[in-house]
Design a protein around this ligand. Structure first.
Ligand SMILES: Nc1nc2c(ncn2[C@@H]2O[C@H](COP(=O)(O)OP(=O)(O)O)[C@@H](O)[C@H]2O)c(=O)[nH]1
Ligand SMILES: [Mg+2]
Length: 402
């Protein structure tokens, strides 16, 4: 009889805060703390049919915690048969007050993205649709949102159901091909939904901040002809070919005695060890010798490193190409100042996520991926019954027995 409570909006300064209270005893819990304004109907039991009630949330000592609007959720919204949306004034204090109130009544706090799956009846074939709806608020680009909406609409569910029927009918090869096709979508979809990281590294004055701004299409990072302008890691979200890319601009890596610059350099090197792409910006005029040795040594073996040979407008095509040839990483030549070559770099960073069909079926959670990878394995081994269970698990969200 668990009741779940989740914040539908961030716990941050804001104009409205949404709380979702969902589960078989949600009505009873709400009845204990919600007082409709005098003269208005609005006991939770009256709220059927999309009716909205205005009233207050009352704390344990009778104090008013917030003035709110309450609406009963429609089961078609995918959060189960019993639940409420409580719209308060937002902000940190009111939001936390309301949240704590429901927790004190025994409601279990969860992340809003988990709510659809928790509220869906266990074993329901709607699980992937619920998961997609849960992830939708976190979508960073329109293409990611389109993809999740397609899954909320049943794109993945349909193919999983078909694969499941194929296995039942003994069509092992067709089912295998179907599962393979689905699994191929997992990695690019992950990049599209959760974003890609890319850190810009290089010597001072190579043009990292200019490139950062160019990729972000803004003037966020300070650009200066003198070295050492960027001392802390500056981050921003770029949308490259519909793919969210979290960019980090770093302090130039150099041998410096300045205490603040030293910290900046240390942070840059620390970032270089993080996840995602490393983009080493090289000043083509200054040549290969200007690339900090720490970077060459630290990144040589890494497959996710690309060089941007910058300032081609000054060094010329031949000059830039000759620098590129001497680098240990794949390189894109161009100019952060004029924009030449920046599109090629952007395509590289966006990677296979650029070509995901955002209206087609896509595997978009680790859970789905694990079950499908298992199904592929079992199909390859000829275990049709096992494969069927795994596909069903991907479909319904219930772990296979054993
Ligand atoms: N001509 C030319 N100048 C550039 C280019 N990219 C950056 N710069 C200049 O190089 C200087 C250093 O750039 P900045 O982005 O601050 O370098 P950072 O220290 O690596 O962040 C600035 O004067 C920029 O305008 C480029 O492609 N061509
Ligand atoms: Mg800079």
């Amino acid at each position: 009889m668990t009741v779940y409570v989740a914040l539908g909006t961030p716990l941050a300064p804001g104009g409205i805060g949404v709380l979702l209270v969902v589960g078989p005893a949600a009505r009873e819990l709400l009845g204990r703390v919600f007082r409709p304004l005098p003269g208005r109907r609005g006991e939770p039991a009256d709220l059927a049919g999309g009716r909205i009630s205005r009233g207050c949330l009352i704390g344990a000592s009778g104090e008013t915690l917030d003035e709110v609007l309450v609406r009963a959720l429609d089961p078609a919204e995918g959060l189960g048969p019993e639940g409420y949306e409580i719209d308060g004034h937002g902000g940190i204090a009111c939001g936390r007050g309301a949240l704590t109130l429901f927790e004190s009544l025994g409601a279990v706090r969860v992340d809003a993205s988990e709510l659809p799956l928790l509220a869906a009846p266990p074993g329901s074939p709607q699980a992937t649709r619920a998961e997609a709806r849960g992830l939708l608020p976190a979508a960073m680009t329109l293409r990611a949102a389109t993809l999740l909406l397609a899954q909320a609409d049943g794109a993945l569910q349909e193919v999983l159901a078909r694969a499941s029927r194929l296995v039942e009918a003994g069509g092992r090869d067709e089912a295998f091909a179907e599962v393979e096709r689905l699994l191929a979508t997992a990695e690019p979809t992950r990049a599209l939904v959760h974003g890609v990281d890319a850190v810009l590294l290089g010597a001072p004055n190579s043009g990292k901040s200019t490139l950062f701004n160019r990729l972000l299409d803004s003037e966020r990072a300070l650009v200066d002809p003198g070295p050492g302008t960027t001392r802390d890691v500056v981050t921003g979200l770029a949308v490259l070919d519909g793919v969210p890319v979290r960019l980090a601009d770093t302090a130039g890596v150099s041998a410096t005695d300045h205490p603040v610059e030293k910290i900046g350099v240390a942070r840059s090197l620390e970032r270089a060890r993080g996840p995602g792409w490393r983009v080493v910006v090289v000043d083509a005029l200054a040549g290969v010798g200007s690339v900090p040795g720490e970077l060459v040594r630290g990144l040589e073996a890494n497959a996710r490193t690309v060089a941007f040979v910058n300032k081609i407008d000054l060094a010329g095509r031949d000059g830039a190409a000759s620098v590129a040839r001497k680098l240990p990483w794949p390189a894109v030549e161009g100019s952060a100042l004029t924009g030449e070559g920046v599109d090629s770099l952007a395509r590289m960073l966006a990677g296979p996520a650029r070509s995901v069909d955002s209206r087609g079926p896509a595997v978009f959670t680790p859970r789905q991926e694990v079950h499908l990878a298992r199904a592929r394995e079992l199909l390859a081994a000829g275990d049709l019954a096992g494969a069927h269970r795994s596909i069903q698990s991907a479909l319904t969200g219930v772990a296979p027995p054993g």
